[in-house]
Each structure stands twice: as C-alpha cells, then as structure tokens.
Design a protein around this ligand. Structure first.
Ligand code: DO4
Ligand code: MG
Length: 264
C-alpha cells in the first residue's frame, strides 16, 4: 500500500493506492512537506571511494565511513529547496561538476519513529564538496537541491533490502547514465541513522532523513540543465525530475548576481 498526494483541479488531495502501477493516473505532488530534511553521508563504500578520490582532504571520508558516529547534515528547512515528482531540481551556476544522489528517504513520525519510506535525490556539487569539506553546506544546500517522492511506502519488514535504480537522460531521450545498487550494501541501518539524528536534537515530525547514496556516476559525468533524472525503487515507483539552473528557482532581485553594497 502506498500513500500519495495529488492535484485535482485547484485542490490537493491525499489517498492510498495499492501499487506503483497506479501512480501514472495521478497528477502527483510531493507526498509529504517535510519541516526539515536531513541527510546521512558516506554510508556506502561507493560513496566513500568517490569522495576520497575527488577531495583535496582524503582522510575524513575513510574515517567517517568506519566511525561509530555517522555523517549527518541538514539539507533543507520549511521545504524551501525540496520538490516533488516532476518538479525541477537544479544545479548551481558556480559549479561545473554536479550529480544526482539517489537515496532511500525515511519519514519520521510523531515520536521520531520510522513512519514511512520514499525516494530522495540529494543533488550535490562534487566540485564544491571536493574543494574543501568545509564547503559541504554550499555543495548540498541550494534551490532545487532535493527531491522526494513519488509516494510513501510502509514496509512490513524495515530491514528488507530495497533495490535502487537511477537513469539520467537528455531531453531527446539519449541515456547518459544508468546504474543500480541495493540498500543491502549500506554500512548502517535506517534505525541506527535515525537514532543518531534524534540524539539531543528536536527534529519535528514529518521530517525526512535521506540515508546516503550508493550510486556515483563516473567522473566525466556532470548533471546539466535539460537532463532528466529518474530514480526507481520497485516498491515505491519512479521519482522523475527535470534539471534547471538553480538561479531560475530563486525569485529574488539578487538571485544571479551579488548586489554590491546591499544593506539587506
Ligand atoms: O560528505 C559528503 C556527502 C556524502 C553524501 O551525501 C552521500 O554519501 O550520500
Ligand atoms: Mg547524499
């Protein structure tokens, strides 16, 4: 059983459906509007190895992969940078090396319990992250940096592995990247990551934790405006998002250029 939200006329409605095969019949919107989005990092070997390779500072990634305390970071608040199915995700104008990160996202319930799963995309700048780990917030937090959906799924068995597939294609359908992984390759469980997240930390109900990526495209790949990202988990469906420039999603006078001498 899946929980969806969808548009009908000017209304947003919610309902349950039996399987992902029914998703195409709805004009889907984001299945939950999370007050906060958090991410775990370096939870798969593939992520650890890619970051050791890209970074000017190598040790931090090997250390955090093996450490008891996981890497956790805030990705969004008040759903300002998080979109739902078919809405645009984005790449930064000041980065030339960008990737989608397909991740299983845990939705937290009233008391911080694991309430549901969905698909998340932790869109990231590898150029900015690789230059210096202290730039992580800028590599991870920007307009259109996160997508979740298409539906909420409550597994019978929270430990059962999920297969994650990702495909990136150009507007004309040319396939630019395709890969698959499984949560069986994760070094940590969802519950372990949630327990660390909630330690001494008042994360509101309905918040979402993305649990890390196990798919990193080859180093000559970069995400570009016009591309389309599709992330599929058979139990949940496909999260599909077109890519635009982040500045086009920021509706503010100084979105594209710094305003010299600005007082606000
Ligand atoms: O420290 C870098 C971020 C890692 C990440 O987002 C991931 O592994 O998914
Ligand atoms: Mg990630």
């Amino acid at each position: 059983m899946l929980r969806i939200r969808y548009r009908e006329g000017s209304e947003i409605r919610g309902r349950t459906i039996d399987s992902p095969a029914e998703l195409d019949a709805y004009d889907l919107v984001i299945p939950v509007e999370p007050p906060e989005v958090w991410c775990a990092g370096v939870t798969y070997e593939r992520s650890r190895d890619a970051r050791i390779e890209e970074s000017t500072v190598k040790d931090v990634y090997a250390l955090v992969y093996d450490a008891e305390r996981p890497e956790l970071f805030l990705k969004d608040a008040q759903c300002r940078r998080t979109v739902g199915p078919n809405e645009p995700i984005a790449v930064r104008g000041d980065s030339d090396w960008d990737v989608p990160e397909p991740e299983i996202a845990v939705v937290l319930g009233e008391d911080g319990e694991l309430a549901a799963l969905t698909i998340g995309n932790d869109v990231s700048s590898r150029e900015i992250e690789g230059a210096n780990p202290l730039y992580l917030p800028q590599a991870k937090i920007f307009a259109g940096a996160c997508a979740i959906g298409p539906a909420l799924y409550v597994p019978d068995d929270w430990e059962a592995p999920l297969e994650i597939g990702m495909r990136v294609h150009a507007a004309d359908g040319t396939e630019l990247y395709a890969g698959e992984t499984s949560t069986a390759r994760m070094r940590r469980s969802f519950q372990e990551l949630v327990d660390w997240l909630l330690r001494n930390n008042p994360v509101p109900p309905g918040s979402v934790l993305l649990t890390g990526t196990g798919l990193v495209p080859p180093d000559d790949f970069t995400l570009e405006p016009g591309h389309i990202v599709e992330i599929t988990v058979s139990q949940i469906g496909t999260l599909r998002n077109p890519v635009v420039e982040a500045a086009s999603l920021v509706h503010r006078k100084d979105a594209n250029d710094q305003v010299a001498g600005s007082t606000v």
